[in-house]
Design a protein around this ligand. Structure first.
Ligand code: ATP
Ligand code: MG
Length: 336
């Protein structure tokens, strides 16, 4: 894999645009202390995707934007691009899976309105994501922190480190670590999967229990529903029979009413009849009364007078008879 050039804009000490060409073979960058030699490697690592900005000697990405130096103006955005050669090898295979002879990877940071940094990624002209970019680069064996980047001080530490650590680095460079990493990753994944299976088992048990209690509840609900239906049906029957009884009552009462009405009619006609005879009796009485009056006012009066006269005479005659009889009695007793 050949890195053809680096294109930087406002990256750390590189104010404005800078293109660093890297010809085939050996390229040396020289300069006084603090002139930005290490910053070029930082740019390289920045695009490859470091684990943290600390390895780029900055506490956050904002510090990677050109700060204006001593006299310049601080920039608001920064861009770092790596351009790799991606021509197919003898077997016709490209190292990077992008179908192009040259592939550029660009990472930008710009400051938002409130000063918060916004990161963006591009492969060629196409917008990409950090993950996607890292994956494409890793497929070609390119990653930040890899030992194909030997930084200031790395050689010294390599010479002074323990044999064990050195072996680890050599294995890493040889690509063995990559396999170890794969194994480790797979193991971790296996553990995750086993854990998931366990969790799923527990969940399954839970669900089974839940299902059991739900089916019990369902049975009860069905029973309840049956009772409810029966109750409704019974209520309907009760209402119907009550209704039937009432209508029978109504019919009977109707008949009684008709009977009473007949009786009322009969009694009414009897009353009329009675009234009529009362009236005729009244009339008769009036007539008799007037007859009596008539009798009393005319000959009858005379007659009564005569009768009374006779009665008086009879009484007088009676008295005289009594007197005579007394005289007779006296004469008889005298005669004796
Ligand atoms: P040495 O030879 O000592 O290793 P060097 O050439 O590697 O030096 P670098 O470490 O690459 O130097 O650069 C350090 C310089 O970069 C410092 O002068 C620092 O002020 C400057 N610098 C770092 N960040 C920024 C920034 N955001 N804007 C402007 N300048 C910066
Ligand atoms: Mg340096």
């Amino acid at each position: 894999m050949h890195l053809i050039r680096m294109e930087l804009e406002n990256f750390k000490s590189f104010g404005g645009e800078v293109t660093i060409p890297l010809e085939e073979g050996f390229t040396a960058i020289t300069g006084p202390n603090g002139s930005g030699k290490s910053n070029t490697l930082d740019a390289l690592e920045f695009v490859l995707g470091p684990k943290s900005t600390k390895s780029l000697r900055a506490s956050n990405v904002t510090q990677l934007i050109f700060n204006g130096g001593e006299r310049g103006r601080p920039a608001k955005h920064m861009t770092a691009t790596l351009v790799f050669n991606n021509e197919p090898d003898e077997t016709g295979r490209r190292r990077l899976r992008i179908d192009s002879d040259e592939v550029s990877f660009t990472r930008t940071v710009k400051l938002g309105r409130k000063g918060a940094p916004i990161s963006a990624f591009r492969i060629g002209d196409k917008p990409s994501t950090a993950t996607e970019m890292r994956r494409v680069l890793a497929e070609a064996g390119l990653r930040a922190g890899g030992y194909n980047i030997v930084k200031q001080g790395d050689v010294t530490s390599l010479a002074t480190m323990t044999a064990y650590n050195r072996r680890k680095i050599i294995e890493d460079v040889a690509g063995v670590t990559a396999y170890d990493d794969e194994i480790r990753k797979s193991n971790t994944q296996r553990k995750h999967v086993e854990h998931s299976i366990e969790t799923i088992g527990i969940l399954e048990d839970d669900q089974k229990n839940r299902l059991k209690s739900l089916s019990k509840e369902r049975e009860q609900a069905l029973k309840f529903k049956q009772f409810q239906d029966d109750l409704d049906a019974s209520r309907i029957i009760l209402h119907q029979s009550r209704h039937r009884n009432r209508s029978e009552d109504v019919e009977l009462l109707g008949e009684e009413r008709t009977r009473y009405m007949g009786e009322i009619d009969e009694i009414g006609s009897q009353v009329t009849e009675g009234n009529k005879s009362l009236l005729s009796l009244d009339e008769e009485m009036v007539r008799v009364e007037s007859e009596i009056n008539e009798i009393m006012s005319g000959d009858a009066k005379q007659l009564l007078e005569t009768i009374r006269q006779y009665e008086i005479e009879m009484e007088t005659g009676g008295d005289r008879i009594a007197d005579q009889e007394e005289a007779i009695d006296l004469a008889n007793s005298e005669a004796e």
